[in-house]
Design a protein around this ligand. Structure first.
Ligand code: MN
Length: 210
């Protein structure tokens, strides 16, 4: 499998964990500071730490996160590298998909949402459904696929851009994302995130590059 990498569409992320783009209390009560602290400080950091050990003294050591993901996705022998690099990237993208203030999409993105989902409520419902229905660990995504907005899910660490889809927003549905606050009630967590804490300005920037 060969995957074309378009760095202008997927970016060039350094191999260091970026700071959280908001305070650890910014998403309360939907996502508690306790959940955020563990999620960012233990889970997300752990993927970067493991990746650094795996790629030390390999050709990946000077690559971007996106280059490692694309290369490792094409090589079953690098499954562990892929999983840790992809989870590092997915969480970078997840933090940017969230924000503390309630936003609504504007401009070209709002028009595309109306075109492809009928309404913003239709878009939110589709994203929530894809996220809730992901069986086991994974991610819900709003993506552009062949010029059309779609709500999809991926399993475990999988990333839409290795399948030719441009991600706009994501929702983490691994249990560590919600279990401290919601236990087994994934639907309640997902619906609250989708309703109140999506960063539509981030989605619009990604849409403009899609
Ligand atoms: Mn996570």
């Amino acid at each position: 499998m060969t995957i074309a990498i378009d760095a202008d569409r997927i970016g060039r992320s350094p191999l260091a964990q970026p700071p959280l783009p908001f305070a650890d209390t910014a998403l309360e009560p939907v996502i508690s500071a306790k959940t955020l602290t563990f999620h960012y400080g233990k889970h997300h950091k752990g993927y970067f730490d493991t990746l650094h050990k795996l790629i030390a003294d390999t050709p990946h050591a000077d690559a971007t996160l996106e280059e490692i993901i694309v290369a490792a996705a094409a090589d079953p022998a690098q499954k562990k590298v892929f999983n840790n690099a992809a989870q590092a990237w997915n969480h970078n993208f997840y933090w940017n998909s969230l924000c503390g203030d309630r936003q609504t999409p504007e401009g070209d993105l709002a028009a595309a949402i109306d075109r492809d989902f009928g309404s913003l409520d239709g878009c939110k419902a589709a994203l929530a459904e894809a996220s809730i229905n992901q069986f086991g660990t994974g991610w819900g995504w709003l993506v552009v696929d062949g010029g059309t907005l779609k709500a999809v899910s991926t399993e475990d660490a999988d990333v839409p851009f290795v399948h030719g889809q441009v991600p706009l927003l994501t929702v983490d549905v691994w249990e560590h994302a919600y279990y401290l606050d919601y236990q087994n009630r994934r639907p309640d967590h997902v619906k609250a995130v989708v309703e109140s804490h999506l960063n539509w300005a981030f989605a619009a920037r990604n849409f403009a590059q899609s």
